[in-house]
Design a protein around this ligand. Structure first.
Ligand code: AMP
Length: 250
């Protein structure tokens, strides 16, 4: 069983985001970039499937600039077997990524795609769902547990107020939620080994996919700054302020 894992290069989750002064987007100059955290979880899950003898090959795929190769190398150091970089300097929306992934699925014939539930830069939460729809495959989103047996995937999903367990036929698209696993750190020997693993490069034109944007970003703004708080001397003063200033108690 082949597993395809899309990995996106995004602003590192520890970075304090700065909005560009013209409000067209986020400033990416000299900012640390890393693999999308949910994609680390997908890679970990795919590698565990391989270690358990369920998967035979794990292919990490990234759509992005040349530097996205580093993101693929991270996946290879975690245990993926090979990579595919679809090189583009354009900002590709989830529909474009899903169309590209569909082409790669056509070429590679994996039985399973494990994507992240969302990318922490655009917070779209769309790519996995769109890919499943384009392929006509089963989908199981927000997975916190995954079990493959008898050509089926049993997936526990995190839903509002609880967990739902579903069984879907393969091939399938699964999207990883936070509690699916704890991704490993790549060891130094594995980082060295990853340098020798192959990464195939493709272009969007080669794949014949139209990635022209369908959305127009009107404005990106910082969240409103929190106002400074006040210190109160006594509980009575607090109650008075809550009642007469904030109006939150009667
Ligand atoms: P999104 O729909 O943008 O929130 O992204 C959901 C998931 O789709 C991510 O966690 C990745 O697994 C995958 N994905 C989105 N964009 C890319 C990209 N440019 N390259 C590779 N994978 C991507």
């Amino acid at each position: 069983m082949k597993v395809l894992v899309p990995v996106k290069r995004v602003v590192d989750y520890n970075v304090k985001i700065r909005v560009k002064s013209d409000k067209t987007g986020v400033d990416l100059a000299n900012v640390k970039m890393s693999m999308n955290p949910f994609d680390e979880i997908s890679v970990e899950e795919a590698v565990r499937l391989k270690e358990a003898g369920v998967a035979t090959e794990v292919i990490a795929v990234s759509v992005g600039p040349q530097q996205a190769q580093e993101t693929i190398r991270t996946a290879l150091a975690m245990g993926a077997d090979r990579g595919i970089l679809v090189k583009t300097d354009a900002e590709v929306e989830p529909l474009g990524v899903a169309k590209i992934l569909k082409e790669l699925v056509g070429a590679e014939s994996p039985d399973l795609v494990i994507a992240g539930k969302q990318a922490i830069d655009d917070d779209s939460n769309q790519t996995g769902q769109m890919l499943a729809a384009l392929l006509g495959w089963s989908q199981a989103t927000f997975a916190s547990e995954l079990e493959i047996a008898d050509g089926k995937a049993k997936v526990t999903r995190e839903i509002d107020g609880g967990l739902q367990t579903i069984e879907v036929s393969m091939p399938a698209v699964v999207t990883a939620d936070l509690r699916l696993n704890e991704p490993r750190y790549a060891s130094l020997p594995n980082i060295m080994k990853a340098k020798k693993k192959p990464i195939d490069e493709k272009t969007v034109e080669e794949l014949g996919v139209d990635i022209a944007p369908r959305l127009t970003v009107l404005e990106v703004t910082e969240p409103a700054a929190r106002e400074a708080g006040v210190k109160v001397e006594t509980v009575a003063e607090l109650v008075d302020k809550l009642k007469n200033e904030a109006g939150v108690i009667g």
